[in-house]
Design a protein around this ligand. Sequence first.
Ligand code: BGP
Length: 470
Amino acid sequence: MLHKKLKAFPDDFLWGASTSAYQVEGANLEDGKGPSVQDVKKVPEGTSDLTVCADHYHRYKEDIALMAEMGFKVYRFSISWSRILPKGIGEVNPKGIEFYNNVINECLKYDIIPLVTMFHFDLPQALEEKGGWFNRDSIEWFTYFAKVMFENFGDRVKYWLTINEQNMLILTGDTIGTTTLTGPEKYKNLYQQNHHMLVAQAKAMALCHEMVDGGKIGPAPNISLGYPASCKPEDILAAQNLNAIRNWLYLDMAVYGKYNNLAWAFMEERDATPIIEDGDMEILANGHPDFIGFNYYSTATVAWCGEDAQDTYGHDQQKTKMEKGVYVGAANHNLPHTDFGWEIDPQGFRATIREMYSRYRLPMIVTENGIGAYDKLTEDGKVHDPYRIEYLRKHIEQIQLAITDGAEMMGYCPWSAIDLISTHEGMVKRYGFIYVDRDEYDLKTLDRYRKDSFYWYKKVIASNGADLSD
Ligand code: BGP
């Protein structure tokens, strides 16, 4: 739809950016922190481990000051479960509480709203050894962790996100480093894990409303609208399959407490329907999000998948893996790519927002969006990243169009506030507004530098999205 006049961003629109604990903090076994699955996973060859990352654990004051300089209204970060509870349950680590108190208080000092992700890919290793999310006790483990967080931080943290990209944990856990499952039991196991996470999430949402005065909470899946590879009717069906299995399963559950029928049919087909215990559906129906947080990087394109289809996309986190008889990932030749091969689709962002809003009618905040690139620090201490400015500008323009289409958008937190370790491509793949002077192995000075996109985003925020020019 072409609009004659665009609606402005709301006055209280939350501009900010995101990080996650295991990718930014470092100090991964310091001050009583227990190991998480990320600390023990096999690091892909040629990428650094997580001992230092961006050293945010020791430099959070400097980092938050830089975020304040950009004018952030909100900072999305995650709390490391095993920093708070080294064994995942039981004893609380006072140093962990102290660290997050410091981060929260530092944000509040600058009037930056802390938006806290409760779980971002880093299950305590001690719990993984007890079976991880496959163990039904994981529901109680997570609820206990939620209670500890609400008790300690709920007086100051009013915005919470439950589980980062639960859908990616289930669909591409092997790339993220959180599952090594193979074989026919894989699906059954994964969808049982998924069920436990969904129940745990619903309990956490209810608990937040009970314990946190004025608390608001929502899920944070990665939502990519699925496109059909062509207008062949069977490709349309394939895209519907993908959307149900990749997107709506997670949001239908978070918002309506119901299993999406197509996703359920897929689980039946794979002999993977989860065991649902008495009371689960009631818990699911009683957990209500106040908003939807979602990560968006690109759309996904799929075709009908016959018996002879070949999966050419299985190794890339962003690409859709083949599900025989359901869909097969296809390239979208209309779209350009990042240096790391991810498709760039700003208009798909608008389409995704439209679709989500018409399905769920809840306010939405973008909790990730951004471009991974090989940034270079020049000799005079500059980082010229016009590609990042262009990527973000085009996506922000689409948010404004979506607002004009009638969607309710609360905020925008691109990935990432500062350079950090990528999920599986190390330090060379950078996303931040703030450059961190280190390489994959050489820690250099770890000094911070403002990229060109830093100054640009500062202007965007100061004008509340009205000035997107260079
Ligand atoms: C999302 C994750 C983030 C982040 C981002 C970029 O899936 O929530 O943790 O890493 O993707 O991915 P990558 O680091 O693989 O480029």
